[in-house]
Write a protein that binds this ligand. Structure first.
Ligand code: NAP
Length: 310
């Protein structure tokens, strides 16, 4: 039986792995389908302490992983499909797409995935003119118009990044005021290539015969008036949904699906801890996720000592 399984490899998972590794617990880390988490889909991270000149998101994550490996963390690229608490010994059974593991404690650090608008042909359009990752796909859209939907830091960051490639970036927001931090909003709105489209939402994606995005139909939410914009790609940046489906109701969730902490980083299930964006709808920063990962690891150490005599 493993001492601790860490599910997820964003800032929270890697930090838990560094701390439990250094505590000689030989953590097993299940990396899932997006190793490195959300920061691998971003460019420059300017606000992670210790990097006054900024650091590239993927580079930061690779360094965290190397640091965890240095202290004995083991990584498997498996996706967890279910997890149950075993009544006989109080451990956990963690089932993945390839095998079954057992562990005395589990840290869930599975983060959150991009939210979509829920329009009928949206899922088919992913990779055909619809994406949630400007860093990954922006370079495919050189000298053509694109749009970003959303009004938060992600939308502003993506819009600003996309001006490197696109001929024009429409920033479509459902209100007339951005939610983004002042610095990021000002940077985006000052960019001559970015044209804000206020009080509007996309009501239809229009494609060509090959199924590639060619146009969006918009509705002004104040007047009801409809219009259209010709463009080649929609970058959806309207927030995230926490990744908790595999828990199957094991841990308590809030009304938006985020895992609830019961005591410290522990959930309402003894031995099951949660850290980072999967349990945080408030701060959602790389550094706060790392902080929660650290706290969860320290609590796992204490839990293993108290309950399992490790
Ligand atoms: P967010 O702050 O939750 O913003 C989501 C945006 O999408 C909001 O403007 C929201 O509109 C809009 N939205 C939500 N559902 C929508 C829908 N169904 N239709 C249309 N619009 C919709 O999410 P985020 O921008 O991804 O940021 C998440 C967290 O990460 C934040 O804490 C942010 O500060 C942080 N972040 C930081 C950086 C950085 O510092 N480099 C970069 C990216 C993100 P309303 O405003 O009307 O609610």
């Amino acid at each position: 039986m493993e001492n601790v399984i860490i599910i997820g490899t964003g800032c929270a998972g890697y930090t838990s792995a560094i701390y439990t590794g250094r505590a000689n617990l030989r953590p097993l880390v299940l990396a899932g389908t997006q190793p490195g988490g959300q920061l691998t889909t971003t460019t420059e991270v300017e606000n992670f302490p210790g990097f006054p000149e900024g650091v590239q998101g993927p580079e930061l994550m690779m360094k965290m992983m190397a640091q965890a490996q240095k202290f004995g963390a083991r990584f498997e690229y498996e996706t967890v499909t279910s997890i149950t608490k075993d009544v006989d010994d109080g451990g956990f059974t963690v089932v993945t797409d390839t095998r079954t593991h057992r562990a005395k404690a589990v840290i869930v650090a599975t983060g959150a995935s991009p939210r979509h608008l829920g329009l009928p042909n949206e899922q088919q359009l992913i990779g055909h003119g619809l994406t949630s990752c400007a860093t990954c796909d922006g370079a495919f859209y050189r000298d053509v118009p694109v749009c970003v939907i959303g009004g938060g830091d992600s939308a502003c960051e993506e819009a600003t990044f996309l001006t490197r490639f696109a001929s024009k970036v429409y920033l479509i927001h459902r209100r007339d005021e951005l939610r983004a931090s002042k610095i990021m909003a000002e940077r985006a709105l000052a960019n001559p290539k970015i044209e804000p489209v206020w009080n509007s939402t996309i009501i239809e994606y229009v494609t060509d015969a090959a199924g590639e995005m060619t146009q969006v139909r918009l509705q002004n939410l104040l007047t009801g008036e409809e219009s259209s914009l010709d463009l080649k790609c929609v970058f959806v940046a309207i927030g995230h949904v926490p990744n908790t489906a595999f828990l199957g109701g094991l841990a308590g969730l809030d009304e938006n699906g985020y895992i609830l902490h019961h005591k410290g980083m522990m959930t309402n299930v003894d031995g099951l801890f949660a850290a980072g964006d999967v349990a945080d709808h408030v701060w959602r920063q790389a550094i706060t996720a790392a902080g929660q990962g650290c706290a969860a690891a320290i609590e796992v150490e204490r839990y293993l000592a108290d309950v399992w005599g490790e």
